[in-house]
Design a protein around this ligand. Sequence first.
Ligand code: GDG
Length: 722
Amino acid sequence: MIIVSNRLPVTAKQEEGTVQFVPSVGGLATGLRSVHAAGEGLWVGWPGIAADALRGKETAVCRDLADVHCVPVFLTARDVRDYYGGFSNRTVWPLFHYFTQHATYDRGHWDAYRRVNERFAAATAEVARPGDTVWVQDYHLMLVPALLRARLPDVRIGFFLHIPFPSYEVFRLLPWRREILEGLLGADLVGFHTHDYVGHFLDAVHALLGRGHASGEVDGGERPVRADAFPMGIDYDRFRTAAEAPAARREAGRIRRHVGDRKVILSVDRLDYTKGVLERLEAFDLFLAENPAWRERVTLIFLLVPSRTRVEEYRDLKRQIDERVGRINGRHGSVGWVPIWYLYRSVPFERLVALYRAADVALVTPLRDGMNLVAKEYVASQVDGDGVLVLSEFAGAAQELGEALLVNPNDVPGLARAIGEALELPKRERVERMRRMQERVAAHTVEAWAADFLAELGARGRPEHVPQPLEREAADRLAAAYTKAESRLLLLDYDGTLVPFAPTPAQARPDRELRTLLSRLAEGSRNEVVIVSGRDRETLAAWLGDLDVGLVAEHGAWVRERGGAWRATVSRDAAWKARVRPLLERYLRRTPGAILEEKAFALAWHFRRAEPYASRLRVPELREELRDLAAQLALHVLEGDHVIEVKAGPFHKGLAAARWLEREWGFVLAMGDDRTDEDLFASLPAGCWTIKVGGSRSRAAYRLPGPPDVRALLARLAGGRR
Ligand code: GDG
């Protein structure tokens, strides 16, 4: 297994010219460290200092990291600024936490994000082997799944997002929203902390890419992709053991002695505007103002861990926090009592656990938080079992920790009341609530989280077949077989194979280059070229009918042999259309931008250009209504890329091709890009050349990236001996 994340579990530090490694901090590193340590796997990531500072020491760094099964991705100071500080932390972070006012949309940052994601994909591809499992982590690397898939079709790819996935209305603000979704959909399994985030992601995929889902399995595309919730846990035993250790008891006792006969409220956060720190301070201020009886009887230990200190918003926030703490201490404090003990630094693990243990109340009130591990760590460290957790309903953790006092952190008076309630909660209730939370946190550990995710990823279906890229050696063999053969049959799909997709079907007409290429291939008695398309026969005849080629229209409902006339392969009873058309037209009116295309044996409802929000609502409804009608009338409903097609059957491209395959051929080549071409590939006897265009899973033996490559190959064949 290969873990890929922005940071490695160890961070490089330069000390007097030598490079040292120290464990990285933060939820992700701590959580996955045990998963990594348990297996034989590798971890790909950035070692934490810019490559510029490591110049000349790269080999030594690689060697040291290899000892701990890590593979570095070196980033320049500029990469760090634009990809990490820029796109990751000034675009994705604020937007995904609903701080749209802080989000910047800088093209240079986006370019850096793409470039660095490429580098992570390349570094991973270098160490991954077919059959490996790759687990990509978090918002810095959302393009990596698809980039990696393009390089290595035959690995299992999982992705986990540690921050919230916002609702569609917020996500759609991002100029590069489609690219991000397509990047994520390169994975086999996309994991989130909560079902809400899963729902938001699926909504966005539907609205922006037109791909619906059934129970979290995204429709369409080359491979099934699943989205699901996996709430992350903590290393429970590590916290428990540390909290029970004599050192923590001593340290907690020391803290309590300093505080005196007062209740201890604890707040622990990385400095970040998502954490609701100002609101929390305001609520504490209000609490003291409204409850004079509690003055001198409570101390707030306020641990703020420095972070992103170079970003202006963070510096601003720090200033405001400093001021507010000063104001509260000045306003309420007295000789001998400081209401807030303010620590602006990071503390060692043992000290943190001692603080958790000593605290009567933990205030965990972020405005938004993917999960929030501090809440769970506090629960695990409550060895006396009677602490009270005040938890924001906007932290992912709130979905599991319902026994906490749940608050809306924007409601400052409500939060102030919750502080009072927490301090006055009877012991029996405190113990009961804490016991239930401890049971849950102890059961859903980080190991269980990783095991669940990896089990689900492992269960994802293997492709029946992964075509090989048609590289030089195979292309040479193909060309040689073509040259040698006395008779050759070329079965070519049109859209997506010979021409790229266009915004409307009518815009994909053949260009002069393509027409010349096809007529050169069709020349002479040895070759037979057949265009095997889903298009209606009028269009095919108008576009290609003057060439000396065979035509298959409407996925095989019509065939026209070279020089012949159109012949229907199924009965022409189209009475069913009168029943289906009104339904499709009704949905046309309700879905601005959708188009209805009428073919002799099919009705196709296209929503590529439809307004995303409307199609998100309407497509599932239409699908539902069509299902019933199709069952009544024995029709087939096919879903393609942004199109729902209803047709009479049975016919498909493979059946249509059969009439050509009755003859003997020295060389047969079939090329196509979508699901309907799989019928063609499946119908061909062994020894035929089959090429899938774009995508990675198919029955075809080979694959090519896109129409330009198809044309290059055909041009090579046309240029050879006839
Ligand atoms: C992201 C998501 C999600 C904090 N101060 C000290 C210290 N910490 C440790 C805590 C905890 C971690 O840092 C913070 O984890 P969070 O979950 O609270 O937040 P993020 O780092 O923002 O993590 C978050 C998480 O990913 C996992 O998916 O829960 O929602 O934003 O483990 O213990 N550790 C030490 N000294 C400190 O002063 N040693």
